[in-house]
Design a protein around this ligand. Structure first.
Ligand SMILES: NC(=O)c1ccc[n+]([C@@H]2O[C@H](COP(=O)([O-])OP(=O)(O)OC[C@H]3O[C@@H](n4cnc5c(N)ncnc54)[C@H](O)[C@@H]3O)[C@@H](O)[C@H]2O)c1
Ligand SMILES: O=C(O)C(=O)C[C@@H](O)[C@H](O)[C@H](O)COP(=O)(O)O
Ligand SMILES: [Zn+2]
Length: 361
């Protein structure tokens, strides 16, 4: 078992990373001294696979939990879905001590967290991530949100969980495409903060794709350590935290321009990381070998580096709405090489145009 702690002024929390953690959920929650009612939010796929185990673990700890099941997929990150969950929370008699527990991927976590942040002006929030992407990224750090037709995560809050329980054994049932999607965010950590981790991912790619439990546990631990260290220094993204958005400027634009239907979030981020590396090399900020190394590792994991079926001009409109834009200027996160990035607000439009042409061409 590994434990990573996130230390924040408003209250820190533990991330428990272990196979079988789902069955210990009730025990872990009971140590937080919360109410004896809860709402478990999950999606239909995860409900079938793990819903009963989560409820049983809570029952053993004396917690009476209702189950709210949303349709799987990005479309559920909506205000309409949030309203359905508020109604279930009210009907379930949840009060200010009652936790909302997200059991699922990033969609479930972002939506349930948004509801936890706003129901009764905030109730305790617990994350039980079941995708690799959610275990390495979305369950940690407190970004919760729903989408707007104009872009990703445009309506949201910073609202930290009280506890994260990452059971790496549940990754055994994850479809291969979703495993790869999570690996995109893992590659991100290597590029932004840890060249040795990046190299280790390449050296262990076979074991990773074969889902070796020890290797996956190590990936989740190191990723959470890197994310926790950044969030501790800049919880509300006033500057440094933007580095966690490496690959997301183009990635979010690709997701939105294709109706959130063609690419998974991780695939969008993979295309965006390649685009950002290309941009950095065009500007002379990194060498061509950085672009090649990023492309090679993404390729090993079966991730895309081009946005087929997208037009460059469609992406441009979404870039302008990037949450890292200040006064109309997009802050790009660009690699200096593998293991270090710089936040750049002075990127010429012509270089961006060349990159968009290259990744859509
Ligand atoms: N808040 C953050 O910091 C943050 C970080 C990264 C991504 N995100 C958001 O997360 C979302 C993507 O999350 P995701 O990649 O987890 O996608 P997801 O939640 O859509 O899950 C992907 C698919 O896997 C299924 N699934 C989940 N767990 C499973 C399991 N153990 N076995 C089998 N199937 C399983 C789900 O039902 C779904 O069909 C995006 O909306 C993205 O914007 C948020
Ligand atoms: O935690 C962060 O900070 C991140 O940027 C992590 C990203 O992987 C994640 O996709 C996040 O939801 C993006 O946030 P947004 O502010 O660009 O909507
Ligand atoms: Zn992301």
């Amino acid at each position: 078992m590994a434990e990573v702690n996130v230390n924040l002024p408003g209250g820190g929390y533990a991330i428990y990373i272990e196979p079988g953690g789902l069955d210990l959920l009730g025990e872990r929650i009971s140590r937080l001294n919360l109410g004896d009612r809860a709402l478990v939010v999950t999606d239909a796929v995860v409900a079938d696979l793990y819903g009963e185990r989560a409820l049983a673990a809570l029952r053993r700890a004396g917690v009476r939990a209702g189950l709210a099941v949303i349709p799987p997929g990005e479309e559920s990150k909506s205000l309409a879905a949030a309203e359905g969950l508020y109604t279930q929370a009210i009907e379930g008699g949840l009060d200010r001590r009652s936790p909302i527990i997200a059991v699922g991927g990033g969609v479930v976590g972002d939506l349930a967290g948004f509801v936890a942040a706003t129901y009764l002006r905030g109730v305790p929030f617990i994350q039980v991530p079941t995708t690799l992407l959610a275990q390495v990224d979305s369950s940690v750090g407190g970004k919760v949100a729903v989408n707007h037709p104009a872009g990703k995560n445009l309506i949201g809050a910073f609202y930290q969980p009280r506890l994260v329980v990452a059971d790496v054994a549940v990754l055994a049932t994850l479809p291969a495409r979703e495993l790869a999607s999570g690996l995109a965010e893992v590659v991100k950590y290597g590029v932004i903060a840890d060249a040795a981790f990046f190299a280790w991912l390449g050296a262990n790619s076979e074991a990773i794709l074969a889902r070796d439990a020890g290797v996956l546990g190590e990936i989740v631990r190191r990723s959470c350590e890197i994310k926790a260290a950044v969030v501790e220094q800049d919880e509300k993204e006033s500057h440094l935290r933007m580095i966690l958005n490496f690959g997301h400027t183009i990635g979010h634009a690709v997701e939105a321009a294709t109706g959130f239907a063609r690419y998974t979030h991780g695939e969008g981020v993979a295309i965006g990381m390649y685009g950002a590396a290309l941009l950095a090399s065009l500007l002379g900020r990194c060498g061509r070998e950085t672009v090649e190394n990023v492309a090679a590792l993404l390729g090993r994991f079966g991730l895309p580096t081009a946005a087929r079926g997208c037009r460059a001009e469609d992406l441009t409109a979404y870039l302008a709405r990037d949450k890292k834009s200040i006064g109309g200027v997009v802050n790009w996160v660009l690699p200096d090489g593998i293991g270090r990035v710089t936040i750049c607000g002075d990127v010429p439009d012509e270089a961006v145009r060349q990159v968009l042409a290259a990744i859509t061409g």
